[in-house]
Design a protein around this ligand. Structure first.
Ligand code: AMP
Length: 213
C-alpha cells in the first residue's frame, strides 16, 4: 500500500504517519525530514535549504525530486510507504507520478487532513521534535509517550519554522501551492478527506477506517 498524506502545516501529517509506522510497520518518507537531515550535514547545500525552510519558503521542486529519487533508489522495502509532505504542489504531483512509474509503484490512498487556520496556530505552538529520531510531540497535550521516549528529552527541540509569524506564512503558502492538490487528487482513485480538527486519536481512527490492513 502506498499512501500520500497532505494538509496544512500542523494538520498532524507527521503524527498520523508515525501511528501507522508503529502499528502497521509502514515506512514514513517525509521530505521535510530528508531536508532536515541534509541540514544536519552542515554542507553548503544544507545551509541554503536551512535558510529557505526557516523563512517558511518551499525548497525547489528539482532538489526535492533528486532527494526523493535518490532515497527510493536505495530503498529495499518498496511497499507500505507513506509520503508525508510530498507532493506539495501540482508540478510535484506530476513529477511524482513519473517517479512512481519508474519504481513500478502505484498510489493507493491519498489522505487529505483538513484543519482550520485557528487550530493550526494552537497545534504548532506546542510542537516539539526529537532531533535524533524525528518523532513529533506536543507539549500542550499530557504526553506519556514523550516522557518515556527512548532518545530522552535532551534532543527535543522547537523547529525554527514553528514560530507564529512563519506558521501563518506557511499556511498561506499551503493555500496557494498545496491546496490545489485537493481537486487534483479528488478526481483520482483513493482520495479520502479526513477531519483534522478532531482529537488526534479520533483522526487516526478515521484514517484506519480507510486502510485495508
Ligand atoms: P514539513 O516537515 O513537511 O513541515 O516541511 C518543512 C519545510 O521543508 C517546509 O516548510 C518546506 O520549506 C520544506 N519542504 C518539505 N517538503 C517539501 C516539498 N515537498 N517541497 C518543497 N519544500 C518542502
Amino acid at each position: 500500500m502506498i499512501i500520500i498524506i497532505f494538509g496544512p502545516p500542523g494538520a498532524g501529517k507527521g503524527t498520523q504517519s508515525q501511528f501507522l509506522v508503529k502499528e502497521f510497520n509502514y515506512l514514513q518518507i517525509s521530505t521535510g525530514d530528508l531536508l532536515r537531515d541534509e541540514i544536519k550535514k552542515k554542507s553548503e547545500l544544507g545551509g541554503k535549504i536551512s535558510s529557505l525552510i526557516n523563512k517558511g519558503y518551499l525548497v525547489s521542486d528539482e532538489l526535492i525530486y533528486l532527494l526523493l529519487d535518490n532515497y527510493l533508489n536505495k530503498l529495499n522495502k518498496k511497499n507500505k510507504l507513506i509520503f508525508d509532505g510530498y507532493p506539495r504542489n501540482l508540478k510535484q504531483a506530476n513529477e511524482f507520478s513519473n517517479l512512481l512509474d519508474k519504481y513500478n509503484l502505484r498510489i493507493n490512498k491519498v489522505f487529505f487532513l483538513n484543519i482550520d487556520r485557528e487550530l493550526v496556530k494552537k497545534r504548532i505552538s506546542g510542537r516539539v521534535v526529537c532531533s535524533k529520531c524525528n518523532r513529533v510531540f506536543n507539549t500542550e497535550i499530557a504526553n506519556l509517550e514523550m516522557i518515556n521516549h527512548t532518545c530522552g528529552k535532551d534532543f527535543l527541540i522547537k523547529r525554527k519554522d514553528d514560530d507564529y509569524k512563519t506558521i501563518l506564512k506557511r499556511f498561506d503558502l499551503y493555500m496557494e501551492e498545496t491546496a490545489p492538490l485537493i481537486e487534483y487528487y479528488k478526481s483520482k482513485e483513493g482520495f479520502c478527506e479526513i477531519d483534522g480538527n478532531k482529537e488526534i486519536k479520533q483522526i487516526y481512527q478515521q484514517i484506519k477506517g480507510f486502510i485495508d490492513v
